[in-house]
Design a protein around this ligand. Structure first.
Ligand code: 2RA
Length: 329
């Protein structure tokens, strides 16, 4: 069977990558509908050698024979239109944070909690990019050694902010003024992604903390996070400290990661081999390395995790959810 698919936010960085991944993975598509804001409506986009005109999203957009709508157009668009699509029987896979913590909305990374997908009530949420790569790496370790505590420190690419972030880095490196970030991102690390809350943490930090607990369905996990924007074009890097309840053999732990879905182990520091943005860029795997025992606790490790935040962190994960969905509908 082929499916009628909509991409909402088709002209954005993630939207374009969703189309690229749908084509690469030969997703079985009958009709394809592309939607955007008024600003980008009328744009012509290519898919499998055919041209498609991007339509302006409106309340009637889902009044047609449609199976799945992949949203990546920001929280306000999802808040308004995802329920409309779902009310018409269209299954929404939403890349925004609008519904992630809603108890009726599965928050899914297929390698981690694929079985949650069929509990959906019309909307399935794609986690935040920085959360996705972390839980892919940590899930096999949680299953084997039971995680007690996680300390996330992230080094996030400007592509996470979309074209505005990419432009700020380019302008900064060309000594032109930046207009998006609060400070020049060129030659700076900004400990400020999204907005600050009352508790002094940013929304990005709280997303990593809360989304990890929901995805692992383990609210006893003790998690803290510091998320930082760095002058890298694409791919997020993360230094993660993990403490387990149960002890481990380091070689066994590394092999567990090596043999787990969606993970590539790159860990031979003596040969200067460890995960890099330049290695992850354009790929869908989560790259792990620098795995070493944390001698300051009884059962802990430090690990370095790198992945393409636009692909596995957003577009590919959403398409993988759609692939799982059609296996079951
Ligand atoms: C960022 N994770 O990197 C956030 C949203 N993509 O800006």
């Amino acid at each position: 069977k082929n499916y009628n698919i909509a991409v909402v936010g088709a002209t954005g960085m993630v939207g374009r990558t969703i189309l690229k991944v749908l084509e690469e993975r030969n997703f079985p598509i009958n009709n394809l509908y592309l939607f955007s804001s008024a600003k980008s409506a009328g744009t012509s986009m290519e898919f499998k050698g055919k041209s498609y005109i991007v339509e302006e999203l409106n309340n009637a957009s889902f009044d047609r024979d449609m199976d799945i709508a992949l949203f990546s157009a920001g929280g306000s668009t999802s808040t308004k239109y995802a329920p409309i699509a779902a009310s018409k029987g269209v299954v929404v896979i939403d890349n925004s944070s609008a519904f992630r913590m809603d108890k009726d909305v599965p928050l899914v990374v297929p390698e981690v909690n694929e079985s949650e997908i069929m509990k959906h009530k019309g909307i399935i949420a794609n986690p935040n990019c920085s959360t996705i790569q972390a839980v892919v790496a940590l899930k096999p370790l949680h299953d084997k050694y039971k995680i007690k505590r996680i300390v996330y420190s992230t080094y996030q690419a400007v592509s996470g902010s979309g074209v505005k972030g990419v432009d700020d880095l380019k302008n900064g490196l060309a000594n032109k003024p930046n207009s998006f970030y609060p400070h020049p991102i060129a030659n700076n690390c900004l400990p400020h992604i999204d907005v600050f809350g009352e508790n002094g943490y940013t929304k990005e930090e709280m997303k990593m903390i809360e989304e990890t607990k929901k995805i692992f369905d383990d609210y006893n996990l003790r998690i803290t996070a510091t998320t930082v924007r760095v002058p890298v074009s694409n791919c997020h890097s993360e230094s993660v400290n993990v403490e387990f309840y149960n002890d481990f053999d380091l070689e066994e732990l590394r092999n567990t990661l090596k043999d787990s879905p969606g993970i590539i182990l790159v860990d031979d520091p003596e040969k200067n081999l460890y995960p890099l943005a330049s290695l992850a860029n354009g790929n869908d795997e989560v790259f792990v390395g620098r795995i070493r025992r944390d001698e300051s606790v009884d059962c802990g490790i430090n690990i370095w995790i790198v992945s393409d935040n636009i692909r596995k962190g957003a577009a590919t994960n959403a398409v993988q959810i759609a692939e799982s969905l059609i296996k079951n509908i």
